[in-house]
Design a protein around this ligand. Structure first.
Ligand code: NAP
Ligand code: MG
Length: 398
């Protein structure tokens, strides 16, 4: 069989632990037999990030800016334990945070639904897409531990050296502070990405913040969304029969539990991080959630929403077989390949991506699946398989 040719390389960002074990197997079993794969490879494994003082992460993001499409494996964001475990020079920043800061944009996470896994929230019969703002807030913060007897202030200095000050707290006892920021430009591109996604998928857009408490910060998000919607999108939404709806974050959390789904839920950075995990686990498993970073400048980065599946990796290191679900990683590849096909005008590449996704869904719906899905599927699984066997079954179905 002749392999499908590519024109432009995909930027491939490798990662850590169990997902690093699965990554080459996905390529070997499901992609390389069909595609004459062109990639530019960056090793974002924690050891290489440490060796290069994290330069490799910046270089990978620059390559995505150069070529337009990246596919990323899950990576460790080191905490104090990881510094000891991997003998790191320091607690490197989250690679996703670094990349998102360079590309800007919004992360859209959409569950992959299969017939034999019913969402634990019974009313959710359609996918809930979480649109996560991918810039700023707590992910680009400055933090300090404050000794007792100190006064903490916010200080803003303009170009003439004129200061504005706001007391944060007079610390009679020791404590902590943090400063966060966002920019009008980034919030505006977040709003536009969400409205564009809603129009493209013909789904309502819900947006929520805590503007009753955060009267300047969160209210800025609310106002920018409303301004852009009224000026640029109101008529288009009306014509498409969809709605934009703003409310408080607590109100959305309450409403969503009774809703049928089929909406885009636009979330600030932290809300999106947390809520997408909740939505994913209701729809089955973290491994059944796709994730794409859409940059306002036209760059795309596809990844899985889950992490490096550390617990499974430790079993793997002990020589035990694991039943780790590779679906989200596979969909990261199909998403990236299809986008490359779209940008480069290669319809066979798009068709291949669709067929691979279909083969994955068919495999699970035929009753063959990994342990995470077997625990929640109905009717019960016919065969619960190990990671590698699952990939072999999908390969058969292609
Ligand atoms: P995780 O890797 O997402 O795993 C959390 C748990 O979810 C696992 O222990 C497993 O449950 C289940 N799970 C997740 N993915 C699965 C899969 N593909 N198949 C089967 N089960 C799956 O999160 P974590 O353990 O909190 O984080 C581990 C590392 O990943 C951390 O170092 C963190 O920094 C990093 N991380 C990276 C990203 C990213 O690169 N995008 C995102 C999140 C976390 P059971 O153990 O019960 O089977
Ligand atoms: Mg998360």
């Amino acid at each position: 069989m002749e392999k499908i040719r590519m024109k432009t390389p995909l930027v491939e960002l490798d990662g850590d632990e169990m997902t690093r074990v699965l990554w080459p197997l996905i390529k070997e079993k499901l992609i390389l037999p069909f595609i004459d794969l062109k990639v530019e490879y960056y090793d974002l494994g924690i050891q290489n990030r440490d060796r290069t003082d994290d330069r490799v992460t910046v270089e990978a993001a620059e390559a995505i800016i150069k070529y337009g499409v990246g596919v990323k494996n899950a990576t460790i964001t080191p905490n104090a334990d990881r510094v000891v475990e991997y003998k790191l020079k320091k607690q490197w920043k989250s690679p996703n945070g670094t990349i998102r800061a360079m590309l800007d944009g919004t992360v859209f996470r959409k569950p992959i639904m299969v017939k034999n896994v019913q969402p634990s929230v019974r009313s959710w019969v359609k996918p809930i897409v979480v649109g996560r703002h991918a810039y700023g807030d707590v992910y680009r913060n400055a933090e300090l531990y404050v000794e007792a007897g100190c006064k903490a202030e916010l200080v803003v200095t303009d170009e003439h050296g004129v200061e504005k000050r706001e007391l944060i707290h007079d610390f009679a006892e020791a404590g902590v502070i943090q400063g966060m920021h966002n920019t009008d430009a980034s919030i505006a591109s977040f709003a536009r990405s969400c409205f564009e996604y809603s129009l493209d998928q013909k789904v309502d857009c819900w947006f929520a913040t805590k503007d009753t408490i955060s009267k300047i910060y969160d209210q800025r998000f609310k106002n920018i969304f409303e301004e852009i919607f009224n000026l640029e999108y109101k008529d288009k939404f009306k014509a498409s029969g969809i709605e934009f709806f703003y409310t408080l974050i607590d109100d959305v959390v309450a409403r969503i539990m009774k809703h049928e789904g089929g909406i885009l839920w636009a979330c600030k950075n932290y809300d999106g991080d947390v809520m997408s995990d909740m939505v994913a686990s209701s729809f089955g498993s973290l491994a059944m959630m796709t994730s794409v970073l859409v940059s306002p400048k036209g760059y795309f980065e596809y990844e899985a929403a889950h992490g490096t599946v550390q617990r499974h990796y430790y079993k793997h290191l002990k020589g035990e077989k694991t039943s780790t679900n590779a679906v989200a990683l596979i969909f990261a590849w199909t998403g990236a390949l299809a986008k490359r096909g779209e940008l480069d005008g290669i319809p066979e590449l798009i068709l291949f991506a669709q067929k691979l996704e279909k083969a994955v869904v068919q495999t699970i719906e035929s009753g063959v699946m990994t342990g995470d899905l077997a625990a929640i599927c109905s009717p019960p699984a016919l065969r619960v398989v190990y990671s590698e066997e699952f990939l072999d079954e999908i390969a058969k179905n292609i």
